[in-house]
Design a protein around this ligand. Structure first.
Ligand code: SAM
Length: 222
């Protein structure tokens, strides 16, 4: 076992284990917040790097400083840190957890902080606000971000804007906690809401040192 792996496993169990309520999972994030970056990065957590890489692929360097990006489940700000170093300047965070956001605030990574859950109900964000919306590490065995949230994600993106989602591949497919997500994504594409740009399964790319595969979706809102 890699040193510290048991900490990561314990924190994952506190925040993301199947059956945990939203409140229980949030209490878990309160406990995990001070060591979240260290615990994650020591095991090669790379979802934030993938989110940034795929966003950079669709948003050219000369548009990045003016593009408005929403980071759902922003946490301590790992995604924004990467985006900032790639030229993005207008990034907002949405996350209900002040303990996690505290670390992002200390680094001045976001313009706005929406301290709220994303759910099936509309958030306080107006329709068609963002050039891109991203979410890295927002899908978990206890469904703290449920599949139906995809409607709300699409609502807040501008037509022509992008959605970039990065997750553990093991959570999707038949019998898995998010078995409904990809069929829903496909229905929305069939209904002309958005168009798939990428769907990549990347071996060992979620936690590179734990051989946990990533899945990345990029969609363009129509
Ligand atoms: C595993 S962390 C990922 C943080 C960051 N995106 C990253 O890649 O490091 C998950 C974050 O999602 C947040 N979260 C949980 N449920 C949420 C919801 N329904 N809406 C928005 N954020 C949520 C948690 O508070 C936590 O900060």
């Amino acid at each position: 076992m890699i040193e510290g792996e048991s900490d990561l496993a314990r924190n994952n169990a506190l925040t993301s284990k199947a059956g945990l309520t939203l409140g229980e999972s949030q209490k878990g994030f309160d406990k995990w917040a001070p060591t979240y970056d260290q615990d994650s990065l020591v095991h090669g957590y790379s979802a934030h790097l993938l989110a940034s890489k795929y966003l950079c692929d669709v948003i050219p360097p000369d548009s990045r400083a003016t593009s408005r990006v929403l980071d759902i489940g922003a946490g301590s700000g790992l995604v924004a840190k990467e985006l900032c170093s790639n030229g993005f300047k207008k990034i907002d965070a949405l996350d209900p957890n002040e303990s996690m956001l505290k670390y992002a605030r200390e680094q001045n990574l976001y313009e706005k902080y929406y301290l709220e859950f994303i759910t099936a109900q509309p958030t306080s964000i107006p329709e068609s606000t963002y050039d891109a919306v991203t979410g890295s590490g927002i899908y978990a065995a206890n469904n703290y971000v449920p599949s139906v949230v995809i409607h709300e994600i699409i609502r807040v993106v501008k037509p022509g804007g992008y959605v970039v989602l990065v997750a553990r591949n093991m959570l999707f497919g038949p019998g898995q906690p998010y078995e409904q997500l990809e069929p829903l994504m496909a229905i929305l594409e069939k209904n002309g809401k958005w168009k798939q740009v990428h769907r990549d399964i990347l071996p060992s790319a979620y936690f590179t040192k734990l051989n946990i595969d990533a899945i990345v979706w990029v969609y363009r809102k129509l």
